[in-house]
Write a protein that binds this ligand. Structure first.
Ligand code: HEM
Length: 384
């Protein structure tokens, strides 16, 4: 008899079955974090009032279905929504483990400019080809939350010519794509309970468009680090060390580039003379975006800050975690210890974040309880 396994798959004594092809491990499904830059987006940031937790828990599992219901009315509209959850509200909503790196936005105070932290428990990042779809979904979401949240910010973003920001430069070119984008953005198996989730940092910037307009194009190019019309990166010898691109091209200890995926949008009000960029960056670990913010606001080396800040002021800052789709569909139980305990835990975690931040810069709690990193405070946050 030869050493084979019978057709009926009964093992022959002394021989082991030959293993067949193993199924490939399938990563959990993410929320619709990745995708093309869209023509329209709404960024909605809200704080959950005391007692509003059950309402939020009711809504979260329905966000995907709401997006499907609204989106199916214009199938080619590509409507998507990502829900992000902030650090403090996390413990008010859920018992059980937390995403390993979820913490409040770290306020960064450089010698001249500050990346401020502002209130916000939930972020809804709504994208589509048409604003009517975004608006309808935002309305449906707000209808469900009505009375239980305070609106911290609502920005309606639009695509400006050729994917340009309102400074006139093409924005989003160096976003990674394909597998590199997935690796940059989605949490991996090192935090298995939250694999395929994503950390998201948002900042609303207002531009001093008048001052910017006084710069000749060649000087604007030296601020950004790319040519304006043709969107080509300036060569290394020409690109200044304090240009936006130079300070946001960062590498890890292994020499590999550390990347995020950005879906910035232009917004504004002609009547009020408001010209802005809503920055939104997704990453597998918030430390990548935080390193970029350190470079921009503190400077690298210190005081070599990003020249874009001479023309753009950050007026908001928030950090959220966008859990994987399965987490939202099947929420863990609410916390057993109630809200008072959750608040105490959140305070303890904030203190821990501060200790962590102390490792890279001095940090003191600001009046609002957020962190101010850099130790050089009290300076104007406006373009001079
Ligand atoms: C006023 C707000 C901002 C504006 C107008 C802006 C605009 C731009 C533009 C025009 C580019 C070059 C084209 C591109 O690759 O996208 C760029 C690149 C980039 N920006 Fe920003 N940005 C802003 C804020 C930020 C912030 C807050 C971060 C991160 C914390 C950031 C991270 C990056 C990165 C990683 C790149 C690509 C660098 C490279 O690899 O070449 N940006 N940005």
């Amino acid at each position: 008899m030869t050493g084979t396994v019978g057709a009926d798959q009964r093992p022959v004594r002394g021989l082991q079955p030959v293993p067949g092809p193993q199924p490939m491990p399938v990563a959990p499904e993410s929320q619709p974090v990745l995708g093309p830059l869209t023509a329209a987006a709404i960024f909605l940031v809200v704080s959950v009032k005391a007692g509003g937790e059950p309402t939020v828990r009711d809504l979260l599992p329905d966000v995907a279905a709401l997006a499907r219901s609204v989106g199916s009315r214009v199938p080619e509209g590509g409507l998507t929504c990502v829900a992000g959850i902030g650090s403090d509200v996390w413990d008010r909503l859920f018992g059980g483990p937390r995403p390993a790196e979820l913490h409040p936005f770290l306020e960064l105070a450089g010698a001249k400019y500050t990346a401020i932290a502002t209130p916000g428990d939930l972020l809804f990042h709504i994208r589509a080809r048409h604003m009517d779809l975004c608006f309808e979904l935002a309305t449906q979401i707000m209808d469900r939350l009505s009375g239980w949240v305070a609106i911290d910010d609502e920005v309606h973003g639009f695509r400006y010519f050729d994917e340009r920001d309102l400074l006139g430069f093409v924005d989003g070119t160096e976003n990674p794509g394909g597998r590199a984008a997935v690796a940059a953005v989605l949490v991996g198996e090192d935090d298995p309970a939250f694999a395929s989730g994503s950390y998201v940092i948002v900042q609303k910037y207002l531009h001093d468009i008048r001052a910017w307009g006084t710069l000749p194009d060649e000087e604007q190019e030296r601020v950004i680090g790319r040519t304006k019309l043709s969107n080509i990166e300036l060569p290394d010898g020409v690109k200044p060390a304090n240009s936006h691109v130079a300070l946001n091209t960062i590498t890890g200890a292994d020499g590999a580039q550390r990347q995020i995926v950005r879906f910035n949008m232009a917004f504004g009000s002609a009547g009020r003379g408001e010209f802005g960029t809503y920055f939104i960056g997704y990453s597998a670990t918030p430390s990548v975006t935080e390193q970029m913010l350190m470079n921009m606001f503190i400077g690298n080396p210190p005081d070599n800050y990003d020249r874009i800040l001479d023309y753009s002021t950050a007026v908001s800052g928030g950090l959220f975690f966008a859990p994987p789709a399965g987490f939202l569909a099947n929420l863990p139980d609410p916390p057993a210890h109630g809200m008072a305990g959750a608040r105490g835990e959140a305070r303890a975690r904030q203190a821990a974040s501060q200790d962590q931040a102390d490792g890279v810069a001095t940090a003191t709690p600001s009046a609002g309880g957020s962190l101010r990193i850099g130790g050089l405070k009290g300076k104007a946050n406006h373009a001079s």
